[in-house]
Design a protein around this ligand. Structure first.
Ligand code: IPM
Ligand code: MG
Length: 357
């Protein structure tokens, strides 16, 4: 198989973790006789520094011409600490989501037995937790009309959803539930918000077409609590943009390290794969960041290409490195490996694996 991959390494630890994911993809290509062609493009603070724009048109063009996008991280403290900054790296992320139509953000949360004691949550509560958040990514309050009025003393952010926007992500979430434990939980605030009531209407109407999936509904405040009290009750969580942003960060705590959480953002024509962690500027250039989240995101990309055996092998390799304690400092503070060493180990596992091509 021949695939073109746009690579947007971005800021902070982005380039270091992306380099490991590419190492692993190259090992997969070698092993299974595929060709992955990479095109690098600028995004984030580095793009602002070089072009004044966090998501230059040239980058969007590279993404449009690719089969998928591999994304590192964007963000730089020099912008965070300036409330008057007109351009921010994060705008680049929102722009690429919108321009590429990446409406469905998928964030799987699993536990690794060898890491369960790392979670700040009690072991008996999180053991066996295995859930995935389907977060709507191109609508809602993030993209509604926003502004100031009354001479700037009043601000507003509008939240809007259409039936079509809800249906297209719900379809993917229902289908995912069918391949998993067949439970879908819609997280909303239907006791207060009209948009949430529309989400409920749409999901209720779709449910009979997925008769094997049990559907339930939770208000977001309760869901936030349930996530900590009994995360094992969740299988697929379906939710709108803002609630998904919050609930997925909360859910990440279950895994034990944000450095392990991968994500996929699926659109009608293309898809983007990125670690859930940010640019972690304090670690940039130190070769200490955990590359697992990016490598696992690359595995999700392989799934998207329907290269399931390859994707599973990558996940197995990551699992093996974690089980053997061959991890970065966030996971193994006593005897940490460097970012590049973890990449090497995972690539070597793939190179050695016995597979029939
Ligand atoms: C995320 C991030 C982004 C979001 C920020 C960086 C704009 O928090 O991907 O979850 O809020 O969507
Ligand atoms: Mg977030």
């Amino acid at each position: 198989m021949n695939k073109k991959i746009a690579v947007l390494s971005g800021d902070g630890i982005g380039p270091e973790v992306i380099a490991q994911a590419i190492k692993v993809l190259d090992a997969v290509a070698q092993k299974f006789n595929h060709t992955f062609e990479y095109t690098n493009a600028l995004a984030g603070a580095i793009a602002i520094d070089k072009t004044g724009n966090p998501m230059p048109d040239e980058t969007l063009q590279v993404c449009l011409e690719a089969d998928a996008i591999l994304f590192g991280a964007i963000g730089d403290p020099k912008f965070d600490n300036d409330p008057n900054a007109k351009v921010r790296p994060e705008q680049g992320l929102l722009k690429i989501r919108k321009e590429m139509g990446l409406f469905c953000n998928i964030r799987p949360v699993t536990t690794y037995d060898s890491l369960i004691s790392k979670s700040p949550l009690k072991e008996e509560r999180i053991k066996g937790a295995d859930l995935v958040v389907y977060r709507e990514l191109t609508g809602g309050i993030y993209f509604g009309e926003k502004g100031r009025k009354n001479d700037g003393v009043v601000a507003f952010d509008n939240c809007e959803y259409s039936v079509e926007e809800i249906e297209r992500i719900s379809k993917l979430a229902f289908e995912a539930a069918q391949t998993r434990r067949k439970k879908l939980t819609l997280v909303d605030k239907a006791n207060v918000l009209e948009t949430s009531r529309l989400w409920r209407d749409v999901v209720k109407k779709m449910a009979p077409s997925y008769a094997d999936v049990e559907v339930d509904f939770l208000f977001v405040d309760n869901a936030a609590m349930q996530m900590i009290v009994k995360p094992t009750q969740f299988d697929v969580i379906l939710t709108e943009n803002m609630f998904g942003d919050i609930i997925s960060d909360e859910a990440s705590v279950i895994t034990g390290s944000l450095g392990l959480l991968a994500s996929a953002s699926i659109g009608a024509k293309t898809a983007m794969f990125e670690p859930c962690h940010g640019s972690y500027p304090q670690a940039a250039g130190k070769n200490i960041a955990n590359p697992a989240a990016t490598i696992l995101s690359a595995a999700m990309m392989l799934d998207y290409f329907k290269l399931f055996e390859e994707a599973n092998l990558v996940r197995e390799a990551v699992q093996d490195s974690i089980d053997k304690g061959l991890s970065t400092v966030d996971v193994n503070p006593e005897n940490p490996q460097s970012t590049s060493a973890v990449g090497d180990l995972i690539a070597a596992y793939i190179a050695k694996a016995a597979v029939t091509v």
